[in-house]
Design a protein around this ligand. Structure first.
Ligand SMILES: [Zn+2]
Length: 345
């Protein structure tokens, strides 16, 4: 049995129809609603479950990770732009504050967006706040299942979360689902390790726990010299202050295949064991799959089963949170392969 949490209303946040400047001449808004539906269908087809809706754990667990300013902006940006522009439209920043954050708080929506968003990949639509809120509740519901004694639980989160920091959104992410769940578990007295296997570095999760000694963050990802998010995810970022040594980054070269990936995963698992975690939060991105439109690694469907068995050997209860994965013809199958192997031992 694998408790799976899923909110079908996620489809109300769907950048698929949005046309905008496309800096790479590729499908830029790849984080589309169909992703969640494809994963859901694949899990049903694989007989995994039970699949259930999330409970509402309220705002407190979100506020334990994110700043009031970010939460307020996400909840009100769409209406504020509609008022200022005279008509509703998707909210995308036009200016970014690059000088050190000061005390001034611009009154206009574009002034405020530039203080809390770091890219153009994360449009806010009429229902984005609501969908992001319930994505976080999906993660919390899975965390509660693990806390109640389940060996595993899977959170089919959409939108994803690992690029969102305490005070900024971006990279398709609005609320950091993995960090919210990890923080909640830590609040229950658990010693939490986070393993982020998304193709991209989980800069938001790293930043949230960077100075915290009690939560270990480990990420395996594409070398940020070549890949988003560019400015974070280097091997010499190891935490700071009381958190020094509780961040471990394992960047890998573009084109990395299973043979290149495996030593990094084994290093990660050894570090998690050495930290003596008693619960694991896995940020599962399958954009490491060969041919992913947002990725550059060369893993295959069988790699995800192997990955799950390696992680299961840690013998830790684990909460799996969905992050990226954009090759739609293989997305559901890859997630199901990981989860089936985890449950099957
Ligand atoms: Zn990713």
């Amino acid at each position: 049995m694998l408790p799976i949490f899923y909110d079908p209303h996620h489809v109300r946040h769907d950048p698929a129809g949005l046309h905008t400047y496309d800096p790479r001449n590729a499908a830029y808004y790849v984080e589309v609603a169909r992703r969640g539906e494809l994963i859901h269908h694949a899990l049903q087809a694989a007989g995994l479950g039970p699949i259930q809706p999330p409970q509402d754990w309220g705002m407190a667990p979100l506020a334990a990770v994110h700043t009031p300013a970010l939460l307020e902006l996400l909840a009100t940006a769409y209406q504020q732009l509609a008022r200022e522009a005279g008509a509703p439209r998707p909210v995308i920043p036009e200016t970014y504050q690059v000088n050190p954050a000061g005390v001034r708080r611009p009154r206009t929506i574009f002034g405020r967006l530039g203080q809390h968003c770091f890219d153009i990949a994360s449009p806010i639509f009429a229902h984005t706040w609501d969908v992001a809120y319930w994505s976080a509740q999906v993660a919390l519901s899975a965390a509660a299942a693990v806390q109640a004694g389940q060996p595993w639980a899977y959170a089919l989160c959409r939108p994803p979360g690992h690029h969102a920091t305490a005070d900024m959104y971006g990279g398709f992410c609005y609320l950091n689902n993995a960090a919210i769940a990890a923080q909640w578990l830590a609040g229950q007295g658990r010693r939490v390790a986070i393993l982020d296997v998304d193709y991209h570095h989980g800069n938001g999760t790293q930043a949230i726990f960077y100075t915290r000694p009690g939560i270990f963050f480990c990420s395996i990802h594409a070398d940020p010299l070549d890949e988003y998010p560019y400015y974070w995810g280097y091997a010499d970022e190891r935490g700071a202050g009381p958190g020094l040594g509780t961040t471990l980054n394992l960047p890998l070269p573009l084109g990395c295949d299973e043979a290149g990936y495996w030593p990094a995963l084994q290093t990660a698992c050894a570090a998690i064991a050495a930290f003596a975690a008693d619960v694991l939060v896995i940020s599962l991105g399958v954009d490491t799959f060969v041919g992913d439109p947002a990725g550059g690694f060369r893993l295959h469907t069988g790699s995800y089963g192997r990955m799950a068995r390696e992680i299961a050997a840690l013998k830790l209860p684990a909460l799996i949170i969905q992050e990226g994965g954009y090759r739609l013809d293989a997305l559901g199958e890859n997630v199901a392969a990981f989860l089936s192997a985890l449950c099957g031992g």
